[in-house]
Design a protein around this ligand. Structure first.
Ligand code: ZN
Length: 180
């Protein structure tokens, strides 16, 4: 398969797999918008030179949110992509607070591909907090989310100054969307 075919095949698959999933914000955007935003950010950060990175970005929530079998990803897009997606999959059997703590703790030990995707993921999520926060999120919950994202990202720095700047911009905007 050419790179372009592989990428479009992944975009098509995730659009179908996440078809009934919406983002948490009041705008209830289709979830695929988030996946495409994350993939576009990592692609731009690396000038489109790493197809496995772009594929893993499109697929990053497939195991965690849609329980797509890891083997299906490995068979279709290869072992490197499957391993990266696995690195980005939280253990949902753990309580939420523990999962969040582990994200902070494990960030620095991730592979460079996983770090780039996590940076883009947090950037996309903070943009959403500023543009369309979840209706049931209080101000303190939104502020706590931004603070936690900053903590995770502290462990991810050093892989892409461009993407780190995008994250910083999104974090500042999310905070200023809340400030009086
Ligand atoms: Zn995500």
């Amino acid at each position: 398969m050419t790179n372009l075919v592989q990428v479009l095949k992944a975009a098509d698959a995730v659009a179908r797999w996440h078809v009934h999933q919406r983002r948490k914000g009041a705008a209830q955007e289709p979830y695929v918008n988030h996946l495409l935003e994350v993939a576009a950010l990592v692609a731009e950060a690396t000038d489109g030179t790493d197809v496995d990175l772009i594929l893993a970005a499109l697929l990053h929530d497939a195991i965690e949110d849609q329980e797509v079998p890891r083997d299906l990803i490995a068979q279709t897009w290869g072992e490197v992509v499957a391993r990266t997606v696995e690195e980005l999959t939280d253990d949902k059997s753990l309580p939420k607070a523990e999962r969040k703590r582990r994200q902070v703790e494990s960030a620095a030990g991730k592979s460079d591909r996983a770090k780039l995707i996590k940076l883009a993921d947090k950037t996309s999520n903070l943009r959403a907090v500023a543009a369309s926060a979840a209706p049931d999120w209080s101000v303190s919950r939104r502020l706590a989310y931004v603070a936690w994202a900053r903590e995770v990202v502290a462990g991810l720095r050093g892989v892409s100054p461009w993407l780190e700047a995008k994250f910083d911009e999104a974090a500042t905007r999310a905070e200023s969307s809340i400030q009086p």
